[in-house]
Design a binder for this molecule. Structure first.
Ligand code: ATP
Ligand code: MG
Length: 358
């Protein structure tokens, strides 16, 4: 087990900066989720830890050792890929055993370890099968087994669940969390699925275009996003972001105004342009609401309802309600009430203005 650190790590491919001065420390035993849209540099960051990609600049350390020039085999990390990368001609047992053989471990010890790991992951009955005779979920468990059998210092997982159907994904992600917790092995888990990130990580690191945006525990990230990118990326539906003008404790927006619980420090004199953010669950349709809107679409999802509205300037506002007492008609003019305790305010450059929410 070991701490992993990125110290000003940069990776360039010609003109493309895939990872841009990444600065982050992952303490021993943590499950860190690396989250971000396609192409933001997640896989590149992981491959640099594994030693499959050279750094352009900076240092990566594993357990206090700078590993920039250390051979992948010597790094003591195990990587699990989206495409399971199993050997098709080998049985499950032989696939799992493979890294132990490479290490020259003796036969009796190998068999013992394979059985232990197979039991942990519920693969006992499948040991004699070939990968082609397994379901996707079973194959993924074999890939996990092959990673953990080596008892590495660090696990690197690159979207390992993306080929599984929704039910299996939920099940397997719980299995991975439990397993990681039991083994206590430092893990970097890459995904672009924010629900996966919210449910799995001790902390989540959000990246966009190679740049780390914020790293924090899931709830902190949700409650206090550092900028509009993180605010919009987490949550489903995402946070509503509206152009506005902040004046004291009130933000003027198209069709009305949004009141803040308290003034934003440093922005309490004169009006200034801001982006105001409110999560759909902090809005409700209410005749006494302070923002006028028109109903564009009503999505009934069973336990909750999303009312998609439009403001007079064309901006969209999604209201999320537990259940609709009365389904609003399409095209109806409504008023939206905002929970003033839960309003986020971002400056012109998209950065959160401190003090804008609890
Ligand atoms: N070998 C390469 N040569 C040139 N550019 C590359 C190479 N590998 C990655 N890139 C570029 O680096 C950027 C980051 O890619 P990366 O694969 O790390 O993204 P990602 O976050 O893993 O995306 P996804 O969610 O789609 O897997 C992208 O713009 C990609 O096109
Ligand atoms: Mg990737």
């Amino acid at each position: 087990m070991a701490e992993v650190t990125f110290d000003a790590v940069t990776k360039r491919y010609g003109d493309v900066t895939a990872v841009d001065r990444l600065e982050m420390a992952i303490p021993d035993g943590e499950l860190l989720v690396l989250l971000g849209p396609s192409g933001c540099g997640k896989t590149t960051a992981l491959r640099m830890v594994a030693g499959l990609e050279e750094l352009s600049e900076g240092d990566i350390t594993i357990g206090n050792r700078v590993v920039n020039d250390v051979d992948p085999k010597e790094r003591d990390v195990a990587m699990v890929f989206q495409s399971y990368a199993l050997y098709p001609h080998l049985t499950v047992a032989k696939n799992v055993e493979f890294p132990l053989r490479q290490r020259g471990m003796d036969k009796a010890e190998r068999e013992k370890r394979v059985l232990e790991v197979a039991r942990t992951l519920g693969l006992d009955d499948l040991l004699d099968r070939k990968p082609a005779q397994l379901s996707g979920g079973q194959r993924q468990r074999v890939a996990l087994a092959r990673a953990i059998v080596r008892d590495p210092q660090v696990f690197l997982m690159d979207e390992p669940l993306s080929n599984l159907d929704a039910t299996l994904r939920v099940q397997t992600r719980a299995d991975i969390v439990a397993l990681q917790h039991r083994l206590g092995t430092t893990t970097i888990y890459v995904t672009h699925d924010q629900v996966e990130a919210m449910t799995m990580g001790n902390r989540i690191a959000v990246m966009d275009r190679g740049v780390l945006q914020q790293v924090a525990p899931p709830q902190d990230l949700y409650d206090r996003p550092a900028n509009t990118f993180v605010a919009a990326f987490l949550g489903s539906p995402g946070m509503n972001l509206l152009d506005g003008e902040l004046d004291g404790t009130s933000v003027r927006v198209a069709g009305g105004s949004i009141e803040l619980a308290e003034a934003v420090p440093g922005r309490d004199v004169g009006a200034s342009p801001v982006t105001v953010g409110v999560r759909p669950e902090h809005l409700r349709l209410d005749a006494a609401g302070t923002v006028a809107a028109t109903v564009r679409l009503v999505e009934m999802l069973g336990a909750e309802t999303h009312v998609i509205c439009r403001l007079e300037d064309g901006a969209q506002l999604v209201v999320r309600q537990e259940a609709v007492v009365e389904r609003p008609a399409l095209g109806a003019n409504v008023r939206v009430a905002v929970e003033s305790q839960s309003v986020h305010v971002f400056g012109a450059d998209g950065t959160r203005l401190e003090g804008s929410t609890r």
